[in-house]
Design a protein around this ligand. Structure first.
Ligand SMILES: [Zn+2]
Length: 544
């Protein structure tokens, strides 16, 4: 158990929050230098006294109070964050995950939660609960504890698990500054660099501090709060669907809130209502048993790379539309949906410039419309050798790696069936493993097809309970409707909850978009770290 320093001091850090958490001028107000060492914990006794003296709160906390509490508790938040970032969390090392779970159990317990581990075939999940006698509704929150692997050599700091404070210098480089700089002036544009800074120890810390701040305000959440903590998200949450199915009772709730990821590219407050699912497919075509001299056998031995090119080429039009009959079936964007998608302020000329593309695939009329449809993407392609290694051969095989992003309307098995049928219509015999010599001699066109399903899509209504709560919270804080994203293009393992527990869900993103998530030099901007705490306070402080 960590030591408990004296009472919390509200004067540790002073700064002015920008209204949108970014893009604001550097707003620094000096404050008296104070030592910034040691964790400041909210004393458990005073927490209990506060809780005992309360009724269920119906009125939301005033914005000025949210801002004040966020500011007062920033030093403690940064200390908690630093301690958390120092704990290795690569899901491939279960012993590190177990240490991480012990730490989280301690932190959640200190904030009035009871915790229990939910066993899975891999690392356990952690469930933290604050049940509230008299509350009718239960809010389930999904958070992620594990992180991507690290390659320390690729980082511009010795240890990705030693959080490093940096500021941007005129060349656009990031330069280390002493952690103690936080004692004096806090610049919102400084960033903390560490693995999982943004994905997703930032949101987890913001959540813990938001709950603590609400307690500090004497605000009692008007619902039961359950928090499910995933420890294998970066592995694709392979054990999550089973765990959810086997624990429906303990996970039962009325709605699901997720605090994860960056907001819309404009960095304006955002609520996301869905995510595409994903499955991957590998295709292999076969030529001669071993690579052959292209002079000796060119014009004679069929080339598997050409075959693969023809197969792939037949799957899509030259405007990027999938040609498999029925691939887009079921997706209908009515006028109201189109109008809502059009409200998302995407700067498409800027996106095209950033991507360096002259024209876009003609699947939807805009980026937002395009990601409402399933996609079929060639994510990798290989045959023979290229560049310095290029050689005059007919390759033995060609391999294509595909990913299919799924939407709510697209059943993965149906799309896989369409793909299979299309390939068969081109005269191919589909195998599950490499062909034998007999199969090769009997079938001129052989193709191996294997697939892996990761997770399905989900999409909830803008007006379902979690969407109402998230929108009301952000409207309260900013005085305007946040950006509403019907479906984000990427995939997160939320569908198992939505399906097995029959819950509507909404995602409130709280980290800067340029955070190098999954890459070396992952970071979180201080302004976004602080603003995210206020956002989560405001969202949790609404009636579900
Ligand atoms: Zn991730």
């Amino acid at each position: 158990m960590a030591t408990r320093p004296g009472p919390f001091n509200i004067d540790d850090v002073r700064y002015i929050l920008g209204p949108d958490g970014t893009g604001t001028p550097k707003t620094v107000t000096p404050c008296p230098p104070k030592p910034f060492s040691g964790r400041r914990r909210f004393p458990v006794l005073s927490l209990l006294l506060v809780l005992l003296s309360l009724q269920l709160s119906a009125e939301p906390l005033e914005v000025t109070r949210i801002r004040q509490l966020t500011q007062e508790n920033t030093a403690a938040a940064l200390n908690l964050y630093r301690e958390f970032l120092r704990l290795p969390n690569d899901a491939l090392y279960p012993q590190d995950i177990m240490k991480l779970l012990s730490w989280l159990e301690g932190e959640f317990t200190q904030r009035g939660f009871s915790t229990r581990r939910i066993a899975t075939a891999g690392s356990p999940l952690l469930l933290a609960e604050r049940l509230n006698p008299g509350a009718e509704k239960t809010v389930l929150v999904y958070l992620q504890a594990d992180g991507q692997p690290v390659d320390p050599a690729a980082w511009e700091q010795p240890n990705p698990f030693e959080p490093t404070l940096k500021e941007e210098i005129s060349t656009g480089q990031w330069e280390k500054i002493p952690w103690d700089s936080l004692n004096e002036d806090l610049d919102q544009d400084w960033r903390i660099f560490a693995r999982s800074a943004a994905d997703s120890k930032g949101p987890m810390t913001q959540f813990m501090i938001a709950v603590e701040n609400l307690d500090r305000a004497g605000y009692r959440l008007p619902y039961n709060l359950k928090v499910i903590i995933d420890t294998e998200e970066e592995l694709g949450s392979p054990n999550l669907p089973d765990a959810v199915n086997h624990n429906r009772d303990v996970l039962a709730a009325d709605m699901l809130l997720i605090f994860d990821g960056p907001p819309h590219a404009s960095n304006k407050p955002t609520v996301v209502f869905g995510a595409r699912g994903i499955m991957t497919v590998q295709l292999v075509t076969y030529g001669p048993v071993t690579p052959q001299h292209s002079g000796h056998y060119g014009n004679y031995a069929p080339n598997p790379a050409l075959r693969m090119a023809q197969i792939l080429g037949s799957m899509k039009s030259d405007t990027g539309r999938v040609l498999l009959a029925g691939f887009y079936d079921g997706v209908r964007l009515d006028t109201e949906t189109r109008n809502r998608l059009a409200l998302v302020p995407d700067d498409e000329p800027a996106i095209k410039r950033r991507l360096g593309i002259a024209e876009t695939d003609q699947v939807g009329a805009s980026l937002q419309e395009a990601i409402q449809y399933p996609s079929l993407n060639i994510r990798g392609l290989s045959a023979g050798w290229v560049n310095q290694q290029a050689r005059t051969i007919i390759p033995a095989t060609a391999t294509a790696e595909l990913d299919i992003r799924l939407v709510k309307e697209s059943d993965p098995q149906r799309l896989l069936g369409l793909l299979r049928k299309h390939i068969e219509s081109l005269g191919y015999t589909i195998l599950e493993r490499a062909p034998t010599i007999e199969q090769r001699l009997q079938n001129p066109r052989l193709l191996r097809m294997t697939h892996e399903f990761s997770y399905g899509a989900f999409r909830s209504d803008f007006d379902a309970a979690p969407g109402r709560m998230a929108r009301a919270g952000l409207q309260h804080l900013y005085g305007e409707e946040p950006i509403l994203i019907r479906t984000m293009g990427g995939s997160i393992p939320i569908a198992p909850f939505v399906e097995a527990l029959d819950l509507p869900a909404a995602i409130v993103p709280t980290v800067n978009i340029d955070n190098n998530q999954h890459s070396p030099n992952e970071n979180l901007r201080l302004g976004n770290f602080i603003e995210g705490i206020a956002m989560i306070m405001s969202v949790l402080g609404r009636e579900p």
